[in-house]
Ligand binder design. Structure first.
Ligand SMILES: Cc1ncc(COP(=O)(O)O)c(C=O)c1O
Length: 413
């Protein structure tokens, strides 16, 4: 029974979210996801600079054709978890395709990368240690916490052994090494990082991480959600970018960003690890299989990525162009090479004002402030797509300059 007390409790909680400025409005898009979107019944359209649609495939005609054909051939849903009757031959084909694409021994599909991350650690770690970057994604943290709760503590020869989560300073190899040194008596250590950190667009130093992992015999796990399909010379992600594809032990990633942007995730790794995940990973065992339409479309996308570098090249050119031009306008931009381009405003209100004015001017961006980023680090996170035209980028830059001047953020022009 929904009591008066319960209702009041939830209302109070919601009021406190609003009062602390943390309430999130969901924007209503009235069109397909693309470089240009119709929003909230507004007249006209907005140029979209905040989707993870890096390769611009979310509304791509070849991908849609493959998806429509797959519905005819393979149906709409699977009405089952994978191990009861939810695995079609195409699911196996996609798992093999991901393994080949990433140079890994085996792959397991999940309904999301969140599910992949949450379902990973509790299967492959016991009374061991996770050493995670300070800025690792929320879903890595959730997976690590779940693993820790499941393995509370054990007594080993009179000593209490705990599953331990350690956090090293962001991309700080000296700090990582300190944690590795301090945990040398433990059975397994696993270093967990994002390949690309989503708020800053900076890249984990995977070569140094793999060197340390080898020196201290630790496993390396990379969540490459913001890289798979477009980052690195042939789009294989951050391990390819750093030339360490054979040294990373576990990759988790999503189909919900560069790979068409629908849903779905996966873990690619050594064959024993994947086999164990098939046996024991709870989000895989107790949640529905990835819909066939996503499976077929993702295979099409992997073929497209391997048959032409055009979208990847375009994305890189667009990102470099925007990054350089927006800095030249006088904005403070975090250095980097990724299509995530954080324009720093520092002050949360300024970031909100800037985003609001840019939306009024036809540029869809959002402000990010605490707790999504540290206090005093508010920003507008611009995300570039391969489908943005040069005119789109110039139009956005013109509006950044206009609004930046209005709000006394830049002096340009
Ligand atoms: C680094 C990272 N990992 C995992 C996820 C979750 O991906 P999915 O939407 O497939 O659950 C995200 C999504 O924002 C992400 O940025």
């Amino acid at each position: 029974m929904y009591t008066k007390e319960a209702k009041e409790l939830y209302e109070k909680e919601l009021r406190s979210i609003v009062e602390s400025g943390l309430y999130k409005d969901e924007l209503l898009i009235d069109s397909p996801q693309d470089r240009e979107i119709r929003v909230d019944g507004r007249r006209g359209t907005l140029l979209n600079f905040c989707a993870n649609n890096y390769l611009g495939l979310a509304n791509n005609s070849e991908v849609k054709q493959a998806a429509m054909k797959s519905i005819e051939e393979w149906g709409y849903g699977l009405a089952s978890v994978p191990f009861i009757c939810g695995t079609q031959t195409i699911h196996k084909q996609l798992e093999r395709k991901f393994s080949e694409f990433l140079g890994m021994e085996d792959t397991i599909l999940y309904s999301s990368c969140e599910a992949a991350n949450v379902g990973l650690f509790e299967v492959i770690l016991g009374f061991d240690v996770i050493i995670s970057d300070q800025l690792s994604h929320a879903t890595i943290i959730d997976g690590a916490r779940l693993w820790q709760v499941i393995n509370k503590k054990k007594l080993d020869q009179g000593n209490v052994v705990l599953p331990e989560i350690r956090v090293f300073k962001h991309s700080d190899m000296t700090d990582l090494e300190k944690h590795l040194q301090e945990t040398q008596d433990r059975r397994l250590r696993l270093i967990a990082v994002d390949g690309v950190f989503s708020m800053d667009g900076d890249i984990a130093p995977l070569r140094e991480i793999c060197d340390l992992a080898e020196k201290y015999r630790a496993l390396v796990m990379v969540d490459d959600s913001h890289a798979t399909g477009f980052f690195g010379p042939t789009g294989r992600g951050t391990p390819e970018y750093f030339g360490v594809m054979d040294r990373v032990d576990i990759i988790t990633s999503t189909m919900g960003k560069g790979l068409g942007g629908a849903v779905g995730g996966f873990t690619s790794s050594r064959k024993e690890i994947i086999e164990l995940l098939r046996q024991r990973s709870r989000p895989r065992l107790f949640s529905n299989a990835v819909p066939p339409v996503v499976v077929v479309a993702t295979m099409k996308i992997l073929d497209m990525i391997d048959s032409s570098a055009a979208l990847r090249d375009r994305l890189n050119e667009n990102a470099a162009y925007f990054r350089q031009r927006v800095s030249e306008l006088g904005f403070d931009v975090q250095p980097g090479i990724h299509p995530i381009i954080p324009v720093m405003l520092y002050d949360a209100q300024k970031a909100v004002d800037m985003a609001t004015r840019l939306v009024e001017e036809g540029i869809y961006v959002r402000a990010f402030s605490f707790p999504v980023v540290p206090r005093g680090q508010a920003r507008i996170r611009v995300q570039i797509a391969a489908t943005h035209t040069r005119e789109d980028l110039d139009f956005a830059l013109e509006k950044f300059a206009k609004v930046g001047r209005e709000l006394s953020i830049v002096k340009c022009g």
